[in-house]
Design a protein around this ligand. Sequence first.
Ligand code: ADE
Ligand code: ZN
Length: 326
Amino acid sequence: SRLPALLQAMPKAELHMHIEGSLEPELIFALAQRNGVQLAYDSVEALRAAYAFTDLQSFLDIYYAGASVLLHEQDFYDMARAYLDRAVADNVVHAEIFFDPQTHTERGVGMETVINGLYRACRDAQIEQGISASLILSFLRHLSEESAMQTLEAALPLRDRFIGVGLDSSELGNPPEKFARVFARCKELGLRLVAHAGEEGPPAYIWGALDTLQVERIDHGVQSEKDERLMQRLVREQVPLTVCPLSNLKLCVVKDLAEHNLPRLLAAGLKVMINSDDPAYFGGYVNENYTQLFAATGMGAPEAYQLARNSLEASFADDAQKAEWI
Ligand code: ADE
Ligand code: ZN
């Protein structure tokens, strides 16, 4: 079959990936050494062996521990350049990259250290490799709304270096309504709005993200199938869902990729596309997500084209840029 070659070659956007989730074990160890940070594992192999997750929280515990090696602007730069190199190899022409500032500021790392390192990596990759890349500041939903508001205020001097805000971390028990005021403030500021919803959480969290937070895209959203009225709305309003198949498999949201509902969501007319979420932890970058899902489900070239088109259309790139791609 020529399908793997098509999936590799087609230009695509990646709209749902966490830059801290692109830290490969080798880079975690290199940065730990460079910065004199002590890790709880004594080898790359031992760390990788710990990547056996049972749910979202079991992953988040290891993901936040891995991020503890990031201290200096150059660390954030090196991490993002490594991801952008891999994205270019997968024919990603545009990436919208989540970063979790609270994971770093809570350890005493400066907001400007985080944002400037990531921003400089995006700018250099654009100049040297032609990929366009933007940053989305994501609030940690297990922390308070007050902490999110303080994080926003700390980032505002660097407002021109990120395009929007998101909401991630532990979903169950942290509904979108908890962040109503901070999202309203972000909307006033003209920031683009997205939120994780319906990864493990119920359809009610997707309704809340749309109606209370007024987000423009839903990250994951795979639980929407449980609510027929929600499905109709997502089709009618063409709300993009940034789906992450290998993430759903590794975090036991689905038992088997063959049972993943992306083909059904796509066939029902939802604006879905494929993303990697945390590629260093879940077994592959974006093209690996495409090839494994296609191999497991029997989707073909028409679905491939539609998914790539959806990824470009659902991006926050400007219309002139989209017209060049689509
Ligand atoms: N942070 C990084 N990856 C995440 C995911 N899949 N869900 C929620 N928070 C995350
Ligand atoms: Zn995510």
